[in-house]
Structures are given as structure tokens and as C-alpha cells.
Design a protein around this ligand. Structure first.
Ligand code: NAD
Ligand code: MG
Length: 392
């Protein structure tokens, strides 16, 4: 039996992961489930999957959950707080860690899984954006297996040659073609973007995701974060990655080789495919995703991204080129700005400006320690919050 810890099990990726696991109960056993504050949903998952441990970041929610677990006589130990997340991923009976917490809040636990040499199923792209160098080092020194869950990166991984870790040029790879749906506002008149509501931004045309990543898709910061994520995962730079708008979200990304071949991975837009791929790799298993009907899809469109409409994509590329702490600052400012937009304290079109102002306010340093990066994250959040408050 393969033991799995699902971090962020109550979220969109977490629920899809449990769906895949339930289809293969003879092979995978859930050891740990975790959530931030939704104890009701976590309790339902505990009843169904009976893990040895449950962790809740929110202490009050954890005590409610603990009381319910005792009352029902469930055999799960309930732990509380962020440090418990790091402890549970290190458990010997945990073989695979699904890192599906949203935002920089997922960094410490993902890093702990890498250091502990687990198979890390990485959905939390923010970990790589904030601490790419540190994270890849932890994977190498811990002897972890890093499998990307983000659909594009999972597609790229599937199209890469086996020896790609020795260098892309050496293995005949010319460039990565990173596809993007373009989000819900790809064709909206630019002046209408002023009035975008959180509900509109969260209604993605092809994917059903958590609220933060849905807003990131609408601003295309998601593709910006993914550009940075791809640089770390595949050891390359933004100059070797072309973002391609592909509204149907059927081609999940491509790899171009020196001989002119372009390999693509296609499939229905359903995260259970990359999840099942990464869990079973190098084998294959059923994910529950239906067969791709190309006659229904009928056509595949591709176009260049519009950096005027989507300044966040430009900012992310610039931050990666600047290096050092710039991507961590970008990520922190984005998290704060997106939350302010979701709380209706900031217009949609102002998100990019807050990020750009925060990047200008802080100088780029080279910081290689976790505590150093978390300190930058805190400072960038505080500054972004000041810019948001100053607007009104
Ligand atoms: P979500 O909002 O649906 O779920 C987030 C999960 O994290 C929840 O279980 C929540 O309880 C937990 N969480 C939130 N804040 C926390 C905190 N401070 N401490 C501990 N736990 C916390 O998000 P999602 O859409 O499932 O996305 C999760 C991650 O996967 C993100 O990094 C996202 O970018 C990435 N991702 C998601 C998708 C998708 O289709 N949803 C696709 C690619 C990548
Ligand atoms: Mg993606």
C-alpha cells in the first residue's frame, strides 16, 4: 500500500485527489488529511477515508473537529497549527505528499516533504515562485521525486525526454510552449474590466478551481506564476518559454525539439488526469476522466498573449528575469491584491498596479534561506496592503 498525505484536502485539488484515490483503494491509503478552517468538510472526509491524522491550521476549527471525531469514535488523531503540517509529511508511512494548499502558506510543508525525500505531487506553484532555488535544492538533497500537478507542467513533464534534468539543450529541447486559456476576460472590451466582480472573475470557462487561482487565471498572473514554476521545474529561463493562448484548454502544453518535432499532451480539462499521472508514474491508471472526443472539440485555436491587456504576465516575466527575491515579492503582493479584490476592497484592474508598486518599493536581494524569504514575503504583504489602503 502507498501511503498518501493530502495537504489542502478540502480544496479543489484535494477533492479531486481523493476522488482518484477512492478509485484505487486497494493501492493507496490516506494517512493524512489537512484543511485550513472547514472542519465540516474535513469531518466528512475523515469518515470516508479514515486517515491516521488530520491537521487543521485554524486552532478553533481543530478543536471542533477533535470533539466531533471523539463523539463519533473515529480513529483519527487531530492536530492543530502550521508546524503540525511539517511533522505529518515526514511520517514514515507517508510515501506521497499532495501539496495542494493555496498560496505561500503551502511552502513550509511542501519543503518539508521534499527534504524528507517523499514523492512530492506539487500543485502549490507558489512554493516554487517564492523559493524556487531552495525548493529544488531540497528535492535534490532529500532525494525526493518531484511530480508536477499543475496541468501545463504535468503535460510538459510528459513530453520531456527522460534525461531532461541534465539540461534542456543537451537533451535536444529547444523551447517549451506553455498554453493558457486566456481566462474569462480574454475578449472583453478593456474598459469593461473596471467593473469586473469576484463572481465573474471566478467563473472560469474551462476549469473549476479555487477562488485565488481563478482570479489569477482572469488576470493571467496564473500563467506568470506558471512561467516561473516552469523555469524551476525544467531548469530553463523565460527566454525559452513561449506562452500560447489556447482557448479550448485541450492541449495542456508542448515541448519543441531541435529536429522541429513538437510534442503535446492533450486531454479533457480535468485535474484528475495530472493527479493520477503523477501518483502512478511511471505507470498509468484510471483517473475517472472521460475519453477526449476530438469531434466535439472540432478545432484548436492558438494566439499570442496580449501583454497590454494582461500586465501581470509581463510583471511575472520581469520578476523572474530580475531573479533573487523579485518573484517572492511579486507573489506576496499578488496574494494580498487578489484577496483585496475578492473582499471587494480593490477593483480588478488595480491588481497589477499594486504588484508593480510593491515590486518598485522593495529592492531585489539574493536571499537563500527560508526565514529570509518568509521575511521578504511579510514585508511585501505589508507594503502591498499599504498601497491598497492608500488608494481609498
Ligand atoms: P482551494 O482554495 O480550492 O483549496 C485550498 C486548500 O488549502 C483548502 O483545503 C484549504 O483548507 C487549504 N488552505 C488554505 N489556506 C491555508 C493555510 N493558511 N494553511 C493551511 N491550509 C490552507 O485551492 P485549489 O484550487 O485547490 O488550489 C490549490 C493549489 O493548487 C494552489 O496553489 C493552486 O495554484 C494549485 N493549482 C490548482 C489547480 C486547480 O484546478 N484547482 C490547478 C493547478 C494548480
Ligand atoms: Mg495550470
Amino acid at each position: 500500500m502507498i501511503g498518501v498525505a493530502v495537504l489542502g484536502s478540502t480544496g479543489s485539488i484535494g477533492v479531486s485527489t481523493l476522488d482518484v484515490i477512492a478509485r484505487h483503494a486497494e493501492r493507496y491509503r490516506v494517512i493524512v488529511l489537512t484543511a485550513n478552517g472547514n472542519d465540516a468538510r474535513l469531518l466528512e472526509q475523515l469518515r470516508r477515508f479514515q486517515p491516521a491524522y488530520a491537521v487543521m491550521a485554524d486552532e478553533t476549527a481543530a478543536s471542533r473537529l477533535d470533539a466531533a471525531v471523539r463523539a463519533e469514535g473515529l480513529d483519527t488523531e487531530v492536530l492543530a497549527g502550521a508546524s503540525a503540517l511539517e511533522e505529518v509529511v515526514e511520517l514514515e508511512e507517508v510515501d506521497q505528499v499532495m501539496a495542494a494548499i493555496v498560496g505561500a502558506a503551502g511552502l513550509r510543508s511542501a519543503l518539508a516533504a521534499a527534504r524528507a525525500g517523499k514523492r512530492v505531487l506539487l500543485a502549490n506553484k507558489e512554493s516554487l515562485v517564492v523559493a524556487g532555488h531552495l525548493f529544488m535544492e531540497a528535492v535534490a538533497s532529500g532525494g525526493a521525486e518531484l511530480l508536477p500537478i499543475d496541468s501545463e507542467h504535468n503535460a510538459i513533464f510528459q513530453c520531456m525526454p527522460t534525461g531532461f534534468r541534465d539540461g534542456l539543450a543537451e537533451s535536444g529541447v529547444m523551447r517549451i510552449l506553455l498554453t493558457a486559456s486566456g481566462g474569462p476576460f480574454r475578449n472583453w472590451p478593456i474598459d469593461k474590466l473596471e467593473q469586473v466582480t469576484p463572481a465573474q472573475a471566478c467563473a472560469h470557462p474551462n476549469w473549476d478551481m479555487g477562488r485565488k487561482i481563478s482570479v489569477d487565471s482572469a488576470t493571467m498572473m496564473n500563467k506568470g506564476l506558471e512561467l516561473i514554476e516552469a523555469c524551476w521545474l525544467f531548469g530553463t529561463d523565460p527566454g525559452h518559454i513561449q506562452v500560447v493562448i489556447h482557448p479550448q484548454s485541450v492541449v495542456h502544453s508542448m515541448v519543441e525539439y531541435a529536429d522541429g518535432s513538437v510534442l503535446a499532451q492533450l486531454g479533457n480539462p480535468d485535474m484528475r488526469t495530472p493527479i493520477a499521472h503523477a501518483m502512478a508514474w511511471p505507470a498509468r491508471m484510471d483517473s475517472g476522466v472521460g475519453s477526449l472526443n476530438l469531434f466535439d472539440v472540432a478545432r484548436l485555436d492558438f494566439e499570442a498573449p496580449d501583454l497590454m491587456r494582461f500586465p501581470c504576465l509581463r510583471l511575472a516575466g520581469e520578476a523572474m528575469r530580475a531573479g533573487g527575491t523579485a518573484p517572492a515579492i511579486l507573489n506576496a503582493a499578488n496574494e494580498v491584491a487578489v484577496q483585496a479584490f475578492l473582499d471587494e476592497r480593490l477593483p480588478f484592474v488595480a491588481i497589477a498596479g499594486i504588484i508593480e508598486e510593491t515590486l518598485s518599493a522593495l529592492s531585489v536581494e539574493s536571499v537563500e534561506t527560508l526565514n529570509g524569504l518568509l521575511e521578504i514575503d511579510r514585508r511585501a504583504r505589508a507594503i502591498a496592503e499599504q498601497f491598497i489602503t492608500a488608494r481609498v
